[in-house]
Write a protein that binds this ligand. Sequence first.
Ligand code: HEC
Ligand code: HEC
Length: 391
Amino acid sequence: MNLKRMHVSLVALLMALCAPVIGIGKSRLLTPTPARQAGVTVPKKAEEQFKNIQVLKGTPAEQVFPTMQFITASLGVECEFCHVQNAFDKDDKKPKQTARKMMEMMFAINKNNFDGHREVTCYSCHRGNAHPVAIPAVIADEPLRKPGEPHGMESGPNPGEAKNNEGPTAEHLIDKYVQAAGGEAAIQKVNSRVMKGTIDFGGMSLPIDIYAKDPLKRISFTHMAEGDNITAFDGREGWLGMSGHPLREMHGSDLDGAAIDADLHLAAHLRQMFSESRTEGTEKIGDHDAYVVVGQREGKPPIRLYFDKQTGLLVRLVRFGETALGWLPTQIDYADYRDVDGVKVPYRWTLARPSGRFTIQVNELKQNVPVDDGRFAKPPATPEPPKNTAR
Ligand code: HEC
Ligand code: HEC
């Protein structure tokens, strides 16, 4: 993979669900609508923003790209499998037409069999393949599984597979986490955090600087040869910057995720964040046995938390992006916890999505140092460069 391609793929990864690195719908996405200017949120519908929406009518426009990401992840294909480049409204490719029928089929299956709950999705059948497998596989290797052990424990993360309802209550585990992280008072005292480190992805390692400030402000600069890649959230708006490209705004679930990442007091906020929480069981995360807690939130997808059985610290957080067809997961694994000013801070974390993953290792960390609010300010919009086809 050449550098240019790398550059694009990192941005694609960081932006995962935002408008992708292609010149469609961009100007419209970036233009503040009158409603937004007036401070009222009237989400645009898919069919109001895009030209040829037939099945996803009524879906919020900001969910169209996440929905497309959900499809590509479910089928293990690229956009071009269904779309003509730079003409996403065209129906020239057969798989696009099939995909419409598949959406109708999926909605019908759930309506007719699961009281309308979204139990079956594209992924249920496709599992990362364009052609679902209809025939059970034969055993290829000597089974490692001992007789009587349940299936699937050796495979990757799968939400339903935690061992059933064992362990302390969710409230207890969250409280224990707050204590393990230094206690409410010490956590609340942190008002800024400045970190220097490296970000590793696709075999590359680049320097990164991260600034976080209470309340909910965070910005990171990944230093690339071509300039900085920026991911920013100012407590309200989020945006992504990449040298030579127009700035892109975050929407929907991406803003939700950015707010979680920017929260210096997350541990102390968890209890109030959840309308309901419960312990689902235990799961192994690397070498750690962890309790799995699921927190429900009003009007948003739940959050899954994994607390180390030994230390009580958070070793994994999984959040979900809403789409028209299913949830898109973002999984963050925290490691290398160190004590700074009486709080435990992870010096390493890995963020993984269906589209890719990266790991950040912090080398230098300072807390409660002055950080100017101007750091988080969105630069003024620059005119769009000529249409790019970078992909
Ligand atoms: C498996 C097929 C499939 C794949 C893969 C796919 N799409 Fe789509 N896409 C569709 C279908 C079907 C529609 C129309 C939905 C409808 O009619 O409601 C659509 C609609 C769109 C639209 C709206 C176009 C318009 O103006 O009407 C955009 C934009 C889009 N897709 C972008 C993408 C992007 C970006 C990717 C890759 C991340 C992608 N799609 C991957 C099937 C696919
Ligand atoms: C109930 C199972 C099931 C679900 C749910 C399902 N599919 Fe399929 N899909 C299939 C089967 C079976 C085929 C036919 C595979 C073949 O031809 O080998 C197929 C074929 C397709 C194809 C044609 C592939 C090609 O090579 O032309 C597309 C595109 C597709 N599905 C998209 C989707 C999308 C998008 C969703 C979610 C909205 C979805 N499917 C949900 C079972 C499913």
